[in-house]
Write a new protein. Structure first.
Lengths: 205, 205
DNA sequence: GCTTGCGTTAACAAAAATGTTAAACAAAAA
DNA sequence: TTTTTGTTTAACATTTTTGTTAACGCAAGC
């Protein structure tokens, strides 16, 4: 049917994202993706040339979307702490929707460092620049211990992402059920804010 | 030569660890491992039955060694903050020696959650128990904002591990050379302590 | 109606990786 | 010396996965 034609490429991508980002099936084969999308495997090659090239596209899009989200939040005209509160909230919520997105990004960037560099070269946008001034002000006013924007951001992103990245092992070590871990992740929004600012997080509107 | 016989199994393991933990070659084939060890590929099956079984052993040993290190540090009879300072120092140093160990552990535990649960069941040792009392005291004395041992430990481990886990992408985003990132990681020892305790880290003896 | 072009499929081809086996070998035991 | 045992190897077999191709179908334009 011609009506669905234009959609096929998207369907394949969607299903692939579902398998990789939501279900965490890193070793997913082209066959499994094709099955999930309900199409013939050859179509994956027709649209994406090779499995490798497809992964490359998925990685690019995933990173690009993340970059855009981060940039949009950190570019908002808001007080520093509110900005960070929103950032924490957004990242954790996002992570819970796509539990394996970070795993995918990390394993792909580890596996292909050249591609990572190429992407970053194409796409210059240091998130550290987006908070540099406000952070400096915060520090100057004595509201925060001195820290570079790079360290501050790495702290923030580490605190947000790691618990999702290492979920299987953290959950098991701490003996939590799926539900308990879910709660734990939600709690972390407060915990992270508190860890960074040593004050209660204001409720996010 | 009989002299080397007993060593073969170890040599294979060593080389495999080198490829997985140090070089981060996650997709390493049995052939590559055999080549690195300078032996026939069939020996890998002779000693480890299958590639999968070998990975299982490597994962077990890696987790076990980590667990032992953590336990040893956190069990020391020392003031809380000094304990944590040592922990940070040890973990970061260890991470820099085996840059891809965490990636390996995480990707394997994601890939095989049953095995992870089995390991943890065999090996009950909640690291949170090792700091529970001292942490509570610290909080009670008003030296630290209230936080559960689980969140405290996840914070700590996230701050220590994430920068190594996500190195390829963080390094590129922040436009650092290998050397600069090395420095950055060393700085983090101070930064992490400061982030958690809001005071300078005492020099570790 | 014919043909042209794109999407689609099944069937085939090739590659890459793992797993198995029988025989060679070398050292220790008999 | 012969036997025995555990180690090692080459060669083979199998499995898994990716990549290619030729043909089919269907809608649009001529």
């Amino acid at each position: 049917m011609k009506i669905e034609e234009a959609q096929t490429e998207q369907v394949i991508k969607e299903k692939a994202k579902e398998l990789f980002f939501k279900k965490g099936l890193i070793k997913t084969t082209t066959q499994e993706i094709a099955d999930a999308a309900g199409v013939n495997r050859a179509l994956i090659h027709y649209y994406f040339r090779s499995r490798e090239h497809m992964l490359s596209i998925l990685l690019d899009e995933a990173m690009e979307e993340k970059r855009a989200r981060v940039k949009s939040i950190l570019s908002f005209d808001l007080p520093f702490r509110e900005k960070i509160a929103r950032y924490i909230d957004a990242i954790i919520t996002y992570n819970m929707t796509y539990p394996y997105l970070e795993n995918f990004i990390i394993s792909e960037t580890v596996r292909n460092k050249d591609r990572t560099e190429a992407y970053c070269a194409r796409n210059q946008s240091r998130s550290s620049d987006l908070i540099r001034d406000q952070l400096a002000e915060e520090i100057q006013q004595g509201r925060l211990a001195p820290i570079t924007p790079e360290h501050f951001l790495v702290n923030l992103i580490a605190l947000c992402n790691y618990p999702m990245l290492a979920k299987p092992i953290l959950r098991t070590i701490h003996g939590m059920t799926e539900e308990a871990y879910h709660e734990f992740l939600l709690e972390r929004k407060q915990v992270i804010y508190m860890t960074i600012f040593k004050e209660e997080m204001p409720s996010v509107s």
